[in-house]
Write a protein that binds this ligand. Structure first.
Ligand code: ATP
Ligand code: MG
Length: 438
């Protein structure tokens, strides 16, 4: 794609409420723009990143045998009355009325709707297990929408729901989803921890969260230096005030706090800050019983489905990648999330030989399946410095600068992460990049 053909409105302006790097850089880099409190538009670059993340989530879920579906975003309030959540969800659940005064809800999650979908369609134990998921818009009228995509009101979630004939099979699927989620977050290039989570009002022991480690995270988690153990502090401290106090401390303040608990393996426990990007949950028959969703078991008796539910914050992940990968200049995308792998910067696009050479490199990289953007912008303000600034702000992993050295047959390769630059001869550039991105 050519820069000149894409809407990438980079800016030096930072909105007043944008305190976190991901919020600032996603807006300044022209990825998103705010439409209202907790409401965001995805501009071309933001949309590419969102779709890349969505594709990885889908790929791993499909490989694990899950079925993608898509539920209506608007659900009848009646579903929520049957489960009792019409009363318990509170103001986060936005209610609307149609012209006939029928009550509806903008889906904050979809347990009820998915149970209604499966009810009377999946009839026998022979049809089980089944794991249905969607990647779809959610709406939660958050008390404090903030931090850009990290806590929006309208956001993209992957929500999955599995149905089983018995608890053992549900637990097997729960473990499979834990493995699958680890594959997803690893492919996204994230440093994350799986932690024991609070099961909240639903009860039961099977609830785990996936946290991207980042100093700006809203959650405080305990991790062991030696083993895989990790826990949200909500599960460790009985006192809510203590949890609130710890959550309010910054990452730096937390480091000086002594951890009184001890890991069962004997290792030392540390406080870390985390962004919750996934949550898997053993539900049991809470929703199937409430909504009278039953199948025939092996003895021909009606039995409520055993269920589990699995969420991933797809749009929150866009911001999480940046919280973990940025510097003072801007974002640094991971290879699997970057909108383009290489930015071919034509220093002065009014010089025909520079533009031609840039275009040639761009074509050849694309022929080699390396996603590339050509910075061919040629207005007066589009100086080398301006284009380099955009490269650093947007955060493509590599730039190839076609400029002054061209007369010596050389171009420059800049690594976004290290900001190191290397001169490469023109005839070797494609091979050089192929080697780099391998
Ligand atoms: P949180 O504690 O951060 O409010 P939650 O526990 O209420 O999240 P879940 O109901 O577990 O969220 O939803 C599944 C996933 O959806 C979460 O793990 C998170 O990644 C994402 N998510 C939840 N709320 C938001 C939001 N307001 N904006 C963006 N993503 C969200
Ligand atoms: Mg959660």
């Amino acid at each position: 794609m050519k820069f000149s053909r894409l809407l990438i409105p980079t800016t030096k302006e930072t909105p007043n409420d944008a305190t976190l790097p991901s919020h600032q850089f996603l807006i300044r880099g022209g990825f998103i723009n705010q439409q209202g409190s907790g409401l965001y538009n995805y501009l071309p670059l933001g949309k590419i990143v969102l779709e890349k993340i969505r594709a990885i989530v889908k790929d791993e879920l499909d490989k694990a045998g899950c079925n993608e579906v898509q539920l209506s975003f608007v659900t009848p309030l009646g579903f929520w009355e049957k489960s009792g959540r019409a009363d318990t969800m509170g103001k986060e659940m936005l209610r609307i009325q149609d012209r006939h005064q029928n009550d509806f809800v903008l889906s904050p999650t979809n347990e009820e709707a998915m149970v209604e979908l499966v009810k009377n369609r999946v009839k026998s134990y022979k049809d089980l297990p089944i794991n249905l998921y969607q990647i779809n818009t959610k709406f939660r009228d958050e008390a404090r929408p903030r931090f850009g995509l990290l806590r929006g009101r309208e956001f993209l979630m992957k929500d999955g729901y599995s149905f089983h004939a018995n608890k053992e099979d549900m637990e097997r699927e729960f473990d499979l989803m834990e493995t699958t989620y680890k594959k997803i977050f690893t492919r996204l290039g994230l440093d994350f921890r799986v932690v024991k989570a609070d099961s909240g009002a639903i009860g039961g022991s099977g609830s785990k969260e996936f946290h991207v480690l980042a100093n700006s995270g809203e959650d405080t988690i305990l991790v062991c230096e030696d083993c895989e153990y990790g826990a949200n502090i909500e599960t460790v401290y009985e006192n809510d005030d203590e949890v609130d106090t710890l959550n309010e401390l910054s990452y730096e303040q937390l480091q000086s706090k002594e951890v009184t608990q001890k890991c069962s393996c004997g290792g030392k426990l540390y406080f870390k800050k985390g962004i919750e990007v996934g949550h898997i949950f053993q539900l049991g028959d809470k929703y199937s019983s409430a909504l009278d969703a039953k199948f025939q078991d092996e003895n021909g008796k009606p039995k409520a489905f055993e269920m589990a539910t699995f969420g991933i914050g797809v749009s929150r992940l866009v911001a999480s990648v940046i919280e973990q990968n940025h510097d003072e200049y801007g974002s640094i995308w991971t290879p699997s999330t970057t909108p383009y792998m290489v930015d071919v910067i034509v220093s002065n696009a009014k010089k025909e030989n520079e533009l031609e050479t840039g275009a040639k490199i761009y074509e050849e990289l694309q022929q080699n399946n390396i996603s590339t953007i050509l910075d061919d912008r040629k207005e007066k303000k589009h100086t080398y410095g301006f284009k380099m600034g955009d490269f650093k702000l947007i955060g493509f992993p590599y730039a190839i600068v076609v400029g002054k050295k061209l007369s010596d047959g050389l171009v420059e390769v800049v690594n976004r992460k290290t900001l190191e630059s290397t001169e490469v001869t023109l005839d070797k550039i494609v091979e050089y990049i192929k080697e780099l991105v391998k």
